[in-house]
Design a protein around this ligand. Sequence first.
Ligand code: SAM
Length: 305
Amino acid sequence: MSRQLAAGERILLFDSKGRRYLVTLASGGVFHSHTGPLEHDELIGREEGSRVRSRSGARYVAVRPTLAEVVLKMPRGAQVIYPKDLGPILMRADIFPGARVLESGLGSGALSMTLLRAGAVISGYEIREDFAARAKANVAGFLGDDALDRYDVKIADVYDGIEERDLDRVVLDLPEPWRVVKHAETALRSGGILVSYLPTITQAVTLREALTASSFGMLETVEVLERTWHIEGQSVRPDHCMVAHTGFLTSARLFPFGTSEALPRADAEEDPAAAEEDPADAEEDTEPADPTLSDQPGSGETALG
Ligand SMILES: C[S@@+](CC[C@H](N)C(=O)[O-])C[C@H]1O[C@@H](n2cnc3c(N)ncnc32)[C@H](O)[C@@H]1O
């Protein structure tokens, strides 16, 4: 990437009060704000991080925006997933270059941009044509047209089924992901991962019930909390305001023969020698029960012993 800012590039202008403006540079273009006009030609050809002044003397710093900054500023139709959750989704879904991912719904494309940037190859299902078009435009706007080669968008209802097979990952951001569980079981390869983002805990519980009754295991639901701090001289404390809630992330892995058959059962016949109690096992198990390892979810017994 060139050090100099060029026409056609999207940049972020940062003012002395910390306000941020996303601007696409155009030769002869003008950025207008309450501090007066700023000619784009003042910025084109300058190094990233340069300081410029508007005609009325207001100062700005110009940098290329990060993915998180673009996501918060880009044109949206549907609500986007916030950056604080986008990063953890990459980890929970374990996205890698070349990963074959089914993503649905696409909304404004914030999650698509994140997955594509990490190297995923996406089959995207979206029921609304306008949202699909917006998502593609946002992807191309940030990652360039080449990224569209790895972004196959279908106007389709994912509750009706998934055409693809041997997928590595299924990543969902839609209201009723439990209706996708059966399709994901057939579309994912063994060991594949499903991740779902949901705004309410009641939705997460319904999804967990569907996953518990399926061939998925290793179920986890987490909430990611992010708190910024005010640090100025001796005044060091959490900021008064925070984004207190966004959503819950639920992840699961597909087992080849279903959760209960894929692992030894707790009541299976064992080698008597192996059945002798190990003092370590006699210690009270204070770990929370993992339904993946138990025949009876929540029983607290571990089938693997
Ligand atoms: C909250 S938005 C997704 C936002 C997106 N993750 C982002 O970060 O920009 C939910 C999307 O799911 C789509 N949707 C809802 N039900 C669907 C279904 N059954 N099949 C496909 N898409 C669906 C909606 O049209 C909407 O675009």
